[in-house]
Design a protein around this ligand. Structure first.
Ligand SMILES: [Zn+2]
Length: 631
């Protein structure tokens, strides 16, 4: 990566690099417009699993000669009509025009909506409004859960999941993280249904059964999120509230206690003010396809995480960290997702270091880096998915390339930057300044690195003096493991006993008497998980050890336990989300008859969550355990 170098400016003061920014995952012509705001007016129909309504986009052309508006959309979204409203000149009434449009194929994860704009009324830098009436059903963004799939099992629930490129099936949009705008929404639902959105303000009219939302801060399309169902709330802090189905609300509140405000305070001490106003959390049924999603103002999290205090803590802190890294400052393309995930993981660990100490943070890091090394072994040293700056071929779904490298190699690179500056607190102040400078915008790696070298001019000087002194280019574009990893020896007190027990089990003739002297009751969840992972790394294990530790369908299917796996599947399938059901059917029956292309499967719809189901090869050669390890 070139260091420093002056860049010329183009439209809106953006750097040249931004103006030439190509997002191969978007069919839209987002460069041609400024999107100021959009509004959604939606009616949710649970009986037929359908959302009907309209969307109003407020746009200003920023290039001359714009003749069409191209938005990302999806075959599951049916457009009924498109209108355009242009303000009349000097006091004349607004002009409303019906516009022609066509849908064109794009990739297997979306299509494009190409709207012709009348030349007579579309002028550069003059705002106009486009209204799109549409219906959307069961696209990849929208997850309708029958009552049996919820915790309470009494009412249906629906939620949306936009990351990375799914929201084009929720509403037509510039579905690229390079574009941010404010939004508002009006949502009409049946009686007894509560609606929440990733918005900074909300209101409810009981009489009309209408919810109103407004997000006052600009966000990319993938961070627009909605959940509707039988949800109740309890306040857990001055700016935080827990939402959940009634049957798990008490548990969720007691597990979180007053911690959320404490974590927010620690994060603010490190990285500056939390800019989103509220930080609420909604717990979703176990069929939520991912662990957690950093939707601004309203983290979505899976309710089964309540089983583990430590995973709950880490995942909520990770989502809080996204309030700064990922949400306030966003990667401009999905090819540089590490700018969100690597920085959020670094920030999460700075927060846990302040709140829970070095040893705890190092233990958590050790077990995630173990998972990274495991993925490395599976993929080989030269696999391009291990690059921080991935190159997407057209047609490749960005979600399918989300992997542990995004999180953990990204984390190691950020740690390397902090080591370069030589003082962790000075690096905190750099991150504060970075947020201040780029808040509510989208960045590329060069923005971060230029700002870094501007903040630490002594590094820039030594870099210029040595030319190849800094290794940014190798970090960003090299395959393979991180060039270096942070020192984790502060975790020894917690990881030492784990390794000792692993060594005892790994002996040719394990000695049960010695092993039985270990007191595991004092171990934390992360110690236990690290132990099990490291034990599994020694596979094949003696049969006597293996079976009790591997309750996974894939492992069961590989041995004499397949009948048991099939039986468990038949007993529980009604409670599984259809997408998970399909994945398990494939594992159990090795059949390609089940269609996984119409909706995201467990393996192919990864989240921006610390614990991500990822399938970098998307061909099923990687075991579930290896792709589900958390980052
Ligand atoms: Zn994340």
């Amino acid at each position: 990566m070139e260091v420093g170098g002056l860049k010329s400016s183009c439209e809106g003061g953006r750097s040249l690099a931004h103006c030439r920014l190509v997002d191969v995952a978007s069919a839209s012509n987002f460069h041609s417009f400024k999107l100021r705001h959009f509004h959604l007016d939606l009616h949710l129909n649970f009986a037929v699993k359908r959302i009907t309504g309209w969307q109003v986009l407020e746009l200003t052309p920023v290039q001359p000669g714009v003749q069409s508006l191209i938005l990302d959309t999806h075959p599951s979204l049916l457009v009924h009509s498109v209108d355009c409203k242009v303000p009349g000149a000097s006091g004349a009434p607004d002009v409303v025009l019906s516009l022609t449009y066509r849908i064109e194929p794009f990739t297997d994860y979306g299509s494009s909506l190409n709207i012709s704009l009348p030349a007579a009324v579309i002028r550069p830098h003059r705002a106009f409004r486009v209204t799109i009436r549409y219906t959307t059903t069961d696209g990849p963004a929208i997850w309708w859960l029958d009552a049996e799939l919820t915790c309470g099992q009494t009412r249906p629930l629906v939620f949306t999941q936009g990351h990375s490129v799914c929201n084009r099936s929720f509403f037509p949009c510039f579905d690229t993280p390079a574009v941010k705008s404010t939004y508002s929404a009006t949502v009409r639902v049946p009686e007894g249904v509560t609606v929440l959105m990733s918005a900074s303000r909300s209101a409810y009219s009981k009489q009309d059964r209408v919810f109103q939302f407004s997000m006052e801060y600009p966000v990319p399309a993938y961070l627009v999120a909605l959940v509707a169902g039988d949800l109740q709330h309890a306040d857990i802090g001055p700016r935080s509230r827990v939402w959940a189905e009634p049957c798990i609300l008490t548990c969720a509140v007691s597990k979180l206690g007053g911690n959320v405000e404490r974590w927010l305070n620690v994060a603010e001490g490190l990285f500056g003010p939390y800019v989103w106003g509220r930080y609420d959390i909604v717990f979703l049924p176990p069929s939520f396809p991912i662990v957690a999603m950093e939707n601004p103002c309203l983290t979505f999290i899976i309710s089964s995480i309540l089983e583990s205090q430590e995973f709950l803590l880490i995942d909520v802190i990770h989502e809080i960290a996204h309030g700064w890294f990922g949400n306030a400052v966003t990667n401009a393309t999905w090819e540089e997702m590490w700018l969100s995930e690597g920085l959020a993981t670094y920030a999460q660990r700075r927060i846990t270091t302040e709140a829970y100490g070095d040893a705890f943070t190092c233990l958590e890091t050790v077990f995630r880096l173990d998972a990274l090394h495991r993925q490395m072994r599976l993929l080989g040293d030269n696999n391009p998915v291990s690059k921080l700056q991935a190159k997407f071929e057209p047609g490749v779904n960005p979600s399918s390339l989300m992997n542990l490298f995004t999180y953990e190699k990204g984390f190691c690179f950020v740690s390397y930057l902090s080591q370069l500056c030589g003082d962790i607190e000075r690096f905190d102040s750099f991150l504060r300044a970075y947020i201040e400078k780029f808040r509510f915008s989208s960045v590329i790696a060069q923005d971060l690195l230029d700002f870094f070298l501007g903040f630490f001019p002594e590094l820039k000087e030594s870099c210029v003096a040595q030319r190849e002194g800094l290794e940014f280019e190798r970090w960003l574009n090299g395959c393979g493991p991180p060039l270096c990893e942070p020192d984790l020896s502060a975790g020894k007190a917690l990881t030492g006993p784990v390794q000792h027990l692993c060594d005892l089990w790994g002996m040719d003739a394990p000695e049960p008497q010695v092993i039985s002297t270990f007191d595991l009751s004092s171990w934390s969840t992360f110690q236990t998980v690290l132990f099990l992972d490291r034990l599994l790394d020694r596979s094949p294990l003696p049969q006597g050890i293996k079976n009790p530790f591997l309750p996974l369908y894939e492992d069961l299917c590989g041995g004499v336990m397949k009948c048991f796996a099939v039986e468990v599947f038949y007993q529980t399938q009604a409670r599984l989300h259809p997408n998970l059901r399909r994945t398990l059917q494939q594992i159990l029956f090795q059949s390609s008859a089940f269609n996984t292309s119409t909706a995201p499967s467990l393996l192919t719809s990864p989240p921006s969550a610390p614990s991500s189901p990822t399938d970098p090869t998307a061909n099923g050669t990687i075991a579930l355990r290896d792709v589900n390890v958390s980052a």
